[in-house]
Design a protein around this ligand. Structure first.
Ligand code: NAP
Ligand code: ZN
Ligand code: ZN
Length: 350
């Protein structure tokens, strides 16, 4: 074990501050990564504030959040062959899984039926707590490490590891592409990646945001249409319009209102994870044989596919790089939807 510096919340809802902990030494198949940048995902805030306690077994404190990790390989284990010192790599929301259940065998490690090992607020195979990317270094099995696009700035690619894949996976699964009308609800970290990716996949993209304040950005990211959900007319005008709606909103919304915007056989996919349950009426679904679905990040193979797709199409996140000590302020700004469009921590400032 060796000492590692990071930032942690020592108890639920506590502000984050400097924290020192132990990381394992590299095992045979491990990669040691010097973390350069880590994105701030709204899931970090939900977990630090222990907002998912109804749905999760336990939250583990002290908690070192961070699962949009981009860095450079600084060492490799004796049998690790996929990466070499100096490679630009990334780590997303999980660092391991059982590797032999039906889901893992299909490359759906994020749905491992034995238990995906989360990058932080989880427990590794020995039962020790996992610590995330708001830290100087991480040690991860090479099979759970990703290769970052070579042609794009590393800081702008860090958010692809959660925000990017969380939108790419459902867009692919529900066949977003030419001839498909896709709506993205909420244009924050996840949502702005959804607009860029859905557009690059060839679909006609509409943004449904609380106000029109980010309309020019939405158009720049590739949206053809942009509507304010604070205007009740939006819901009458767009009724029955979309093949696919991806809902990224982190707060409670009336999902029935959004289901009414789907065409016959349309699907609304929930990726935002509000603290409380949201009721859905049967009629919202039966009326046009609609589906309500959910999706969680993506498998390792699919994350690599998404990173390669982003490299090829020149897609990265719009980021505001901040020093580590501004993390608590950044959390407050995310909560106020005052983020354009992802905060990324510069780990050199730790
Ligand atoms: P974010 O940057 O805060 O974006 C959320 C957006 O939702 C905001 O920018 C805002 O967009 C909209 N919004 C916020 N409060 C709202 C309200 N009260 N009513 C209506 N709209 C509201 O967060 P994020 O990092 O993108 O994450 C979004 C959610 O996805 C979080 O719950 C997070 O935990 C979850 N998540 C899920 C997965 C998964 O695998 N399923 C992965 C990562 C994150 P506008 O200003 O445009 O309205
Ligand atoms: Zn995330
Ligand atoms: Zn498994």
């Amino acid at each position: 074990m060796s000492k590692c510096k990071g930032y942690a919340a020592t108890t639920a809802r506590a502000p984050l501050g400097p924290y020192s902990f132990e990381r394992r030494e590299a095992r045979e198949h491990d990669v040691v990564i010097d973390i350069k940048y880590c994105g701030i995902c709204h899931s970090d805030i939900h977990q630090v504030r222990d907002e998912w306690s109804e749905y999760q077994e336990e939250s583990i404190f002290p908690m070192v959040p961070g699962h949009e990790i981009a860095g450079i390989v600084s060492a490799v284990g004796s049998k690790a062959s996929k990466y070499k010192v100096g490679d630009k790599v990334g780590v997303g929301c999980y660092v391991d899984s059982c590797r032999h259940c039906a889901e893992c065998k299909q490359g759906l490690e994020q749905y491992c039926s034995v238990g995906t090992i989360w990058t932080y607020n989880g427990r590794d195979k020995e039962g020790a707590p996992t610590y995330g990317g708001y830290s100087e270094r991480i040690v991860v099995d090479e099979n759970y490490v990703l290769r970052m696009p070579q042609n794009l700035p590393l800081e702008a690619c860090a958010p692809l590891l959660c925000a990017g894949i969380t939108l790419y996976s459902p867009l692919k699964h529900w066949h977003a592409g030419p001839g498909k009308k896709v709506a993205i609800v909420g244009m924050g970290g996840l949502g702005h990646m959804g607009v860029k990716l859905a557009h690059a996949l060839g679909s006609e993209v509409t943004v449904l945001s609380q106000t029109l304040s980010k309309k020019a950005d939405g158009k720049k990211f590739g949206a053809s249409h942009y509507y304010a959900t604070s205007d009740p007319e939006t819901f009458t005008k767009l009724a029955g319009s979309f093949d696919l709606i991806i809902n990224t909103v982190s707060a409670k919304l009336d999902w029935n209102q959004y289901l009414d915007l789907l065409k016959l056989d349309g699907t609304m996919v929930i990726v935002g994870l509000p603290e409380k349950d949201i009721p859905v009426g049967g009629f919202s679904l039966t009326a046009r044989r609609r589906s309500l679905a959910g999706s969680q990040i993506g498998g390792i193979g699919e994350i690599q596919e998404m990173l390669d797709f982003c490299g090829k199409h020149g897609i990265a996140s719009d980021v505001e790089v901040i020093p580590m000590h501004k993390v608590n302020e950044a959390y407050e700004r995310v909560l106020k939807s005052d983020v354009r469009y992802r905060f990324v921590i510069d780990m050199a400032t730790l």
